[in-house]
Design a protein around this ligand. Structure first.
Ligand code: SF4
Length: 472
């Protein structure tokens, strides 16, 4: 399996407490989060005594059938998950939510993000006799919770959360409560909402809007929200917290109609385009965006520079991502199927094309080639984020330097490689400056700078180091 784009969203989660249509609303919310994961989906519901679940591979309608959804109707609380495999194999056993059946009571678990010490903890737990059912990092929290001795679930949860490291938005469903919690750096988004008097949480506010819920606020780093029949209880587990929201959520992953801190991603991307225009001193006849995620940045670029914004590229929405083989020629064909230039728009023009990022360079090279063959006189490229140079260990599937062209080539070398007249990336400072305008309290920029805000324990394990030195 190979994606021509090279960057994939991590996962999406949704949870709701005490609503008569909990399963149906969860299904609808997951539809709105489908862009965050297309490999599998699932729902776990509570009837107040036990938990029941349905899950499957593929897009939501393939993963959960009408019959399965009907079987969950009437349960009043639910959690749901859409998955893109960032750790663990792409197979049904890894599709979430996980449902643990235990003498202490059933427990449903949904996780967005990636733990950076999961292998270390798993190894220790296995030494003590634990048997894992999946190869996913997410299962670790379930084992830590069942192993804990305190009669208080909250104490056990706090102790477990203080053992795990990494990026996580976790939802835990039990017969008498739903718990939502975010890692102490708030790397992944999690939003609190309310619909018909029932509390709900979602990875993005677009899922809240989809079910007619009011978007109340963003869940804070280190926060624990517990929903039960007494209402909502706010607490936290971490002594020290920092705000390190993933920069790429703003640039590329989140849906443009979603809001972080009540500011739309649409407006943030427009502002990234404006900032890029300030930093990119090139004259041209038109500016175009690579659909879909770069259209807003192109709009912003145009409004600052005064260069007219046109639709010069068309996206074929029906090109699947899974059938592409890892072969350069086939990848190029796949990109050609995905983006088509509009000759009348670009012919004879000096074109600035805006994209949100360059991963391997395959897509960019094709786009430049296609614009030239459609008659563009000059092609300049502006990237609305800094060069992607480092792997992400917090839930995005770029896991090696070798996958990133900017990790081993200079901007000038990349320019030559993709055969563009000029290439300008947004500066790291420019990007952070934009986020500040939208009340962001701090972002992770590790894939641009290599400054990882959370320790990467598993990748420092001796066997990993050994593998790396042997070039495995
Ligand atoms: S390393 Fe990059 S992609 Fe990963 S969380 Fe940080 S900003 Fe996001």
């Amino acid at each position: 399996m190979y994606d021509i784009r090279g960057l994939n969203e991590e996962c999406g989660v949704f949870g709701i407490w005490n609503h008569p249509n909990a399963a149906e609303l969860t299904y609808m919310a997951l539809h709105s989060l489908q862009h965050r994961g297309q490999e599998g989906a699932g729902i776990v519901c509570s009837n107040g005594e036990n938990l029941f679940g349905a899950r499957g591979m593929g897009l939501l309608p393939d993963a959960i059938s009408q019959v399965q959804l009907d079987s969950l109707r009437g349960y009043r609380s639910a959690i749901g998950h859409v998955r893109y495999a960032t750790t663990g194999a792409s197979e049904l056993s890894n599709v979430q939510p996980f449902l643990f059946k235990h003498s202490k009571g059933d427990l449903g678990l949904a996780h967005n993000g990636n733990l950076t010490n999961a292998r270390q903890i798993r190894h220790a737990l296995e030494e003590e006799g634990a048997i894992f059912q999946t190869s996913s990092d997410s299962e670790v929290l379930g084992h830590l919770l069942f192993k804990a001795k305190s009669p208080s679930f909250k104490s056990n949860l706090k102790a477990a959360l203080n053992q795990i490291k990494g990026a996580f938005a976790y939802l835990v469903l039990q017969k008498d409560s739903l718990t939502a919690t975010l890692d102490s750096h708030g790397v992944r988004p999690l939003m609190l909402g309310k619909v018909d008097g029932a509390y709900c949480v979602a990875s993005e506010s677009c899922a809240l809007m989809a079910i007619g819920a009011e978007y109340i606020r963003d869940v804070e780093p280190g926060e624990i929200l517990t929903f039960n029949d007494a209402g909502m209880e706010e607490d936290n587990y971490a002594l020290e917290t920092k705000h390190r929201m993933c920069s790429m959520e703003y640039v590329y992953f989140a849906r443009p109609d979603s809001e972080f801190r009540h500011h739309s991603i649409y407006n943030v991307r427009k502002a990234l385009g404006e900032q890029l225009a300030k930093e990119m001193n090139i004259d041209a006849d038109i500016v175009i965006g690579v659909p879909d995620s770069s259209l807003q940045a192109a709009k912003g670029f145009s409004s600052y520079s005064g260069i007219p914004n046109e639709q010069g590229l068309l996206k074929n929405r029906y090109v699947g991502r899974t059938f592409i083989t890892p072969d350069q020629k086939m990848r190029e064909r796949a990109v050609r199927m995905k983006h088509a230039p509009i000759r009348d728009v670009v012919e004879g023009k000096r074109v600035i094309v805006i994209d949100d990022s360059i991963v391997r360079g395959t897509t960019s090279k094709y786009i430049v080639k296609a614009l030239r063959s459609a008659g563009a006189k000059e092609v300049h490229m502006g990237i609305s984020s800094p060069p992607l140079k480092h792997p992400c260990y917090y839930g995005i599937d770029v896991s090696t330097h070798a996958e990133l062209i900017a990790a081993y080539q200079t901007v000038e070398e990349i320019r030559q490689e993709i055969e563009v007249d000029s290439l300008t990336y947004l500066s790291v400072e420019g990007m952070h400056g934009v986020y500040k305008q939208f009340e962001s309290k701090g972002e992770c920029d590790a894939c641009f700078t290599g400054n990882y805000p959370i320790e990467i324990v598993d990748h420092l394990l001796p066997e990993e180091k050994e593998k790396k030195t042997k070039g495995v």
